[in-house]
Design a protein around this ligand. Structure first.
Ligand SMILES: [Zn+2]
Length: 371
């Protein structure tokens, strides 16, 4: 039975009134799952908050101390703000700026322990893939995916595949694990977008596979990526565990990318990778339109459990979606009615573009040499 790791800290905490992470995300998934009757007894697990000692598995103790001091309201000197990249528009000082990421990290560490003997865990509060050992980066103060992999290692799981379908390249994870020969890393991300890392040519220890994709990337192209990159690499690597960063910012309605997937693409990836390992951890990640991120991850949870998603949501689930607010964005003023009444997007197929085709061929050629 898949398990879901959630926490109340995501409900009501915000990075600030003008930050993309001002919107409700994990709480929407929890409320939708409850409204749909998708939590069986024992499936919902409350996330512990990781202690600094546990975070030190990857993070610098001095940096962790500064995060806690900033959360406690201490004024952090300008040189320390600069060193640790906090008190910036992206990585603001906010009331839960240590507790919230430490809860996401605690969930990922717990997930590694829960997966010791196999299974499936969904932790949508996780997926903070830009975090660096000693500084904040790209809305991420910590890096829970790296901590998840280290926790799996502690549980005796050696070969881990990390697959990332967020619109942004996971620079923090590649920094932490790219040179680990027992980690396979696959990332599909928008080209020429922050953090501007994730080149097609990156190899790390030989197990890093980056696919930058152009704007307009569609469902058909994601299926091609699944069939000719993700699934063959996973099959060849034979991972003991898969960590899937399932960021929802590559969907059409997201304000931070120019990719045009439907949430069917995310569900297709989840369903396809599941068979390739006895352990699967699905994390969240980006996603800044409250309707598209909540609907996407609720569908992921349904898929992991084998639940049919109805074409028209029952009233209780619609009420969750009608209750969302998105200030400061035009789509928040007049959301289309299907954002309230459905979870599944209409498919967004299209041609497989020349760039995607050529880059997939280059990676396939590299795989033939490598094998
Ligand atoms: Zn992202």
């Amino acid at each position: 039975m898949p398990r879901f790791i959630g926490a109340n800290i995501y409900r009501g905490s915000s990075y600030g009134a003008h930050h993309p992470l001002r919107v409700a995300r994990v709480s929407t998934v929890i409320d939708l799952a409850r409204a749909m009757g998708w939590f069986q007894p024992g499936q919902y697990v409350n996330s512990p908050r990781a202690r600094p000692a546990a975070l030190q598995a990857w993070h610098d103790p001095a940096y962790l101390a500064v995060l806690q001091r900033a959360e406690a309201g201490e004024i952090i000197a300008p040189d320390l703000r600069k060193t640790y990249n906090i008190a910036t528009p992206s990585n603001p000082i906010f009331p839960e700026m240590f507790r919230r990421p430490a809860t996401a990290a605690g969930g990922s560490i717990l997930a590694g322990q829960m997966l010791r003997d196999g299974g499936v865990v969904h932790s949508p509060g996780g997926g903070t893939h830009h975090g660096m050992p000693d500084r904040a980066n790209g809305f991420c103060y910590l890096n829970d995916p790296v901590l998840a992999v280290l926790s799996l290692r502690d549980a005796g799981v050696r070969r881990v595949a990390y697959v990332d379908i967020d619109a942004h390249h996971p620079d923090g994870v590649e920094h932490g694990l790219g040179d680990d020969a027992d980690v396979l890393m696959i990332s599909v991300h928008e080209e020429r977008r922050w953090p501007f890392t994730g080149d097609l040519q990156d190899r790390g220890a030989g197990q890093v596979w980056n696919l930058p994709v152009p704007r307009g990337f569609n469902d058909t192209e994601m299926q091609a990526v699944l069939d000719s990159l993700i699934l063959p690499r996973l099959a060849a690597f034979r991972p003991e565990a898969i960590v899937l960063q399932c960021g929802a910012d590559a969907v059409l309605e997201d304000p931070l990318s120019r990719l045009t997937l439907s949430n069917n693409a995310h569900v297709a990836v989840v369903n396809a990778v599941r068979a390739l390992s006895p352990r699967l951890l699905v994390l969240g990640g980006g996603g800044y339109n409250p309707w598209s991120v909540g609907r996407c991850w609720a569908r992921v949870w349904a898929a992991l459990n084998g639940y049919e998603v109805p074409d028209h949501l029952p009233e209780a689930a619609q009420a969750v979606l009608r209750g969302l607010v998105w200030t400061g964005h035009r789509d928040g003023k007049t959301p289309p009615v299907h954002w309230f009444t459905t979870l599944a997007d209409a498919p967004r197929p299209g041609p497989v573009g020349e760039e995607v085709r050529a880059r997939l061929s280059a990676l396939e050629a590299r795989a033939r040499v490598w094998v």
